[in-house]
Design a protein around this ligand. Structure first.
Ligand code: PGA
Length: 254
C-alpha cells in the first residue's frame, strides 16, 4: 500500500459558517497559520456561495460538497458540475452520508454524480460508510462493498487516472459523535476497499487509489488514522471549522 505519496486533507465545512465575514476570518486564520506544506495537499470545501470570495483571497484548492448530474437545465436549486468547475473548484464530495440520509441520495444518484464530476474535470471524493446498526450486525463490509460496486457502476478504469477518484471511508456512527474505529478496523476497511477496486478494475488501480478516513478527526487522534492505520489522508468536518485545531492537524501530518 502506498504510504509516501502526499497526504490529502479535505476540510468539509458543511453548512457553516453563517456569514461571509466569518468565512473570511476562518480562511484568513488558516492561511496565516500555515507553515510550509511538506508532502500534504489541502482542499477546502466551503458552501458554494463562499467559493468566489475564498478563491479571491487565497490559493487553496477548492472542492464542492455536492453537485447535480446534469450540465444545465430546469433543475431548480441545483448547481451543475460545470458551474462548480467554472467557479474554480477542482474536487467534489459525492455521496456524503448526510446527503444520503437527509436528501435521499441513493446509489444510482451517487453513480450519476461521480460520472458528471469526472466528465467535467472535477475529482470525485466518494464517501462510503456503514451505520451503527450495520456495524453491530457485522454487516459493515457487505455494506461498503455494495456501495462501492453500485456507486462505481459503468465507470471506466481511465476515470481513475491521476487520482481522479478518491474514496473516503466515513463510518456514519463516527461522524460528529467523537467516536472512531480503532486503527486496525480502519486498516481492514482500507484493505477491503482496495480488494473491491482490484476486483472491479485491477491491482495497480487499487494500489494507486487514495483512501481517506473521515469521522470525528481531531488533533488528538489524527495520527492514529494516518500513521497507524496508514490512510492516505483525512476528511475533516467539525475540526476544520476551528482554525487552530485544523492547523494542528495539518502540522501533525505535514
Ligand atoms: P466530522 O465530520 O469530522 O465532524 O465527524 C466528518 C464528515 O462528515 O465528513
Amino acid at each position: 500500500m502506498p504510504t509516501n505519496k502526499p497526504k490529502i486533507i479535505i476540510a468539509n465545512w458543511k453548512m457553516n459558517p453563517a456569514s461571509f465575514d466569518e468565512a473570511d476570518i476562518l480562511i484568513n486564520s488558516i492561511k496565516k497559520g500555515l507553515k510550509d506544506l511538506n508532502n500534504i495537499k489541502i482542499v477546502i470545501c466551503p458552501p458554494f456561495i463562499y467559493i468566489p470570495r475564498i478563491k479571491t483571497n487565497s490559493s487553496f484548492e477548492i472542492g464542492v460538497q455536492n453537485i447535480f448530474w446534469e450540465d444545465s437545465g430546469a433543475y431548480t436549486g441545483e448547481i451543475s458540475p460545470r458551474m462548480a468547475r467554472n467557479i474554480g473548484a477542482n474536487y467534489a464530495i459525492i455521496g456524503h452520508s448526510e446527503r444520503r440520509n437527509y436528501l435521499g441520495e441513493n446509489d444510482r444518484i451517487v453513480n450519476l454524480k461521480i460520472k458528471a464530476a469526472l466528465n467535467n474535470n472535477l475529482k470525485a471524493i466518494l464517501c462510503v460508510g456503514e451505520t451503527r446498526e450495520e456495524r453491530d450486525a457485522e454487516k459493515a463490509k457487505e455494506v461498503i462493498s455494495n456501495q462501492i460496486e453500485k456507486n462505481l457502476k459503468d465507470i471506466p478504469k481511465s476515470y481513475f487516472a491521476n487520482n481522479k477518484i478518491i474514496i473516503a471511508y466515513e463510518p456514519i456512527w463516527a461522524i460528529g459523535t467523537g467516536e472512531t474505529p480503532l486503527p486496525d478496523e480502519i486498516m481492514s476497511m482500507d484493505i477491503l476497499i482496495r480488494k473491491i477496486i482490484a476486483k472491479l478494475y485491477d491491482r495497480e488501480t487499487a494500489d494507486k487509489l487514495y483512501v481517506l478516513y473521515g469521522g470525528s478527526v481531531n488533533s488528538k487522534n489524527a495520527l492514529d488514522f494516518v500513521d497507524k492505520a496508514k490512510m492516505n489522508g483525512l476528511l475533516i468536518g467539525g475540526a476544520s471549522l476551528n482554525a487552530g485545531e485544523f492547523l494542528r492537524i495539518v502540522g501533525l501530518l505535514g
